[in-house]
Design a protein around this ligand. Structure first.
Ligand code: MRU
Length: 370
């Protein structure tokens, strides 16, 4: 998508330097900075410390990290170690494991001398596929948004609510939950998006930044406002992203998603999840019991990052000195609270049958260890 009129992906390969370039999300929305990652270890830090974030982008970054490592050392040992080091960076988003497995399974049978080039080609392929997957999610989501438009008064926009940042910054391009928004706006459907701030890290500010750059009307709201807005008929549809969705359609996403789903159900507001196919974990059925939930540093809850009056970007402490923070980063929304899954192959019920109908080739092997 565009930043100041120039098209960017959230990461790209620099042929001249043989390094990965990323938009360093730690500084957004206050400052737009690009960072260069030259080693696998730098990529691992960038994933762990959330310079890059969002399930699909983590996967793509890991694929480039493997390519960087293979260029330095294409041995079996280095390939296995790369898988381990990168896999350990963040536990919840399945795209990380999906990308690493794909790299390992593609590269392992090749002679060491062919691995560096093949790894880079594969990373490009994974990145390009992500763009196309999200573009398709946008088309299917646009159809759902169009269905809502005729029920609105002429002067009323379709009002969407989203949580966290499942935007283009969280993917290679388009975003998942935001792709239908971008496409609806471009198709002339009037929209207004309620953007949850998404404490503790305020990824909603990234979504607001993206929507603003694209000219989409939106309001940045505190996480607790969603239920109230739904009770007053001010939300037509919720669209969120996901870090891992099980084969029966349980949805793991940023902490607080579950509460939005509960409020949506109580108020008969459709609750949709934008789901790229690499985010489906076919090995897992029960999201609550089986998905590891990342516990992040308590400091993320006791401190917030913002721009100071003097223009600096600083953390300030919001909790009393000595107070301990608790920071589970994701939660699981059970499938019965999800109206539908907007996948790259179309929209389906959040159920084993719904997903199997769209992905028959995967569902037939579901549950078996990859
Ligand atoms: O901790 P984050 O910022 O990586 O979490 C991101 C989310 O929860 C997104 O909603 C999810 O990854 C989907 S991104 C298309």
């Amino acid at each position: 998508m565009k930043v100041d009129g120039r098209h960017y992906r959230s990461l790209w390969w620099d042929n001249d330097t043989g390094a990965l370039r990323i938009i360093d999300q730690r500084w957004l929305p206050h400052d737009f900075r690009i960072a260069e990652l030259r080693t696998m270890d730098e990529c691992a830090v960038a994933i762990r410390d959330m310079w890059v974030r969002g399930a699909p982008l983590i996967g793509a970054t890991a694929a480039y990290a493997v390519a960087i490592r293979m260029a330095a050392d294409p041995s079996d040992e280095a390939l296995s170690a790369a898988w381990r080091v990168l896999h350990a960076t963040r536990p919840t988003a399945i795209n990380l494991r999906w990308a690493l497995d794909r790299c390992r399974d593609t590269l392992r049978p090749l002679p060491a001398g062919a691995r560096a080039e093949a790894a880079l080609e594969l990373a490009h392929e994974i990145a390009d596929e992500d763009v196309e997957i999200n573009r398709r999610i946008g088309e299917h989501g646009l159809a759902l948004i169009r269905e809502l438009a005729p029920h609105k008064r002429a002067d009323e926009p379709v009002r969407l609510l989203t949580h966290c940042n499942a935007g283009w910054l969280a993917t290679v391009d388009w975003g998942t939950a935001t792709s239908p928004m971008f496409q609806a706006h471009d198709a002339g459907v009037p929209l207004h998006v309620w953007v949850d701030e998404t404490r503790p890290r305020n990824q909603g500010a990234l979504t607001a930044w993206e929507l603003r750059s694209h000219g989409i009307a939106h309001s940045y709201i505190v996480d607790n406002a969603g239920g109230h807005l739904m009770q007053h008929g001010l939300v037509d549809m919720v669209i969120v992203g996901t870090d891992r969705t099980t084969r029966r359609g349980d949805v793991c996403n940023k902490i607080g998603t579950y509460l939005k789903a509960l409020a949506a159900r109580d108020n008969a507001v459709p609750f949709y999840v934008a789901l790229p196919s690499p985010t489906i974990d076919w090995a897992v059925e029960d999201g609550l019991a089986e998905i590891p939930i990342e516990e992040r540093a308590p400091r993320e809850t006791t401190h917030v990052l913002g721009r100071t009056r003097g223009g600096g970007i600083e953390h300030v402490q919001v909790a009393p000195e000595g107070t301990e923070g608790g920071n589970p980063a994701f939660d699981v929304t059970p499938n019965h609270l999800v109206t539908g899954l907007i996948t790259d192959r179309g929209v389906c019920d959040a159920s084993a049958e719904g997903l199997a109908a769209l992905f028959p080739e995967r569902a037939s092997h579901a549950g078996s260890t990859p």
